[in-house]
Design a protein. Structure first.
Length: 186
């Protein structure tokens, strides 16, 4: 049986990016703990057709395949930078291109970054309802990290690292069902 596929999706266009670093950290923990195969993507990976597309079919072939990789993942780790209390518009535009039923029942670890603590509730007030619309199963613990939690684009704060471990630990309860669905799909 092939390992389960975890896809990390960073809603950042910047490189390097603290948001992408956070998604990579969480995905790395899950990969190491559960033997998952993981891949991380950010908005830049979707290329220039993303901003022009009104429908998935208007994405160029590479971006369309990448979007299908995200949708077909067994588990998602989604991260977003926080701008004025919410996620960036291009990130939302990408999510808008996904069929409303495509993420139904998918396990999603939510994460976000921001300049300070006042943005921490963005995960609960913006990301959780967004993925709730898709009927995805967002795990109870989300991970928020502010600028002070990073050093050279690495998550270094002990509370941030513990929160990431807690969120990844919550996947354990769902892995038998995810594995069963993956086998049934093969």
């Amino acid at each position: 049986m092939a390992p389960l596929k975890l896809v990390g999706l960073s809603g950042s266009y910047s490189r390097p990016s603290k948001t992408t670093a956070l998604v990579q950290h969480i995905a790395g923990l899950a990969e190491a703990r559960y033997g998952l195969a993981s891949a991380i993507y950010d908005l830049g990976d979707f290329g220039p057709s993303l901003g022009q597309a009104q429908y998935e079919t208007q994405l160029d072939e590479s971006a369309r395949q990448l979007l299908q990789t995200v949708v077909n993942a067994d588990i998602l780790v989604v991260g977003s930078p926080t701008y004025k209390g919410s996620y960036p518009g291009l990130f939302k535009h990408l999510i808008d291109l996904i069929d409303p039923l495509a993420l139904k029942g998918k396990q999603v670890i939510l994460s976000a970054t921001g300049g300070g603590d006042r943005h921490a509730l963005m995960v609960e007030h913006q990301l959780r309802p967004l993925f709730g619309f898709f009927m995805a199963h967002t795990l109870p613990s989300a991970v928020y990290a502010s600028d002070r939690d990073f050093l050279d684009y690495q998550l270094v704060s002990e509370p941030g690292r513990l929160r990431a471990e807690q969120a990844v630990g919550e996947l354990a309860a769902f892995l038998p069902a995810i594995r069963h669905q993956a086998v049934a799909a093969e």
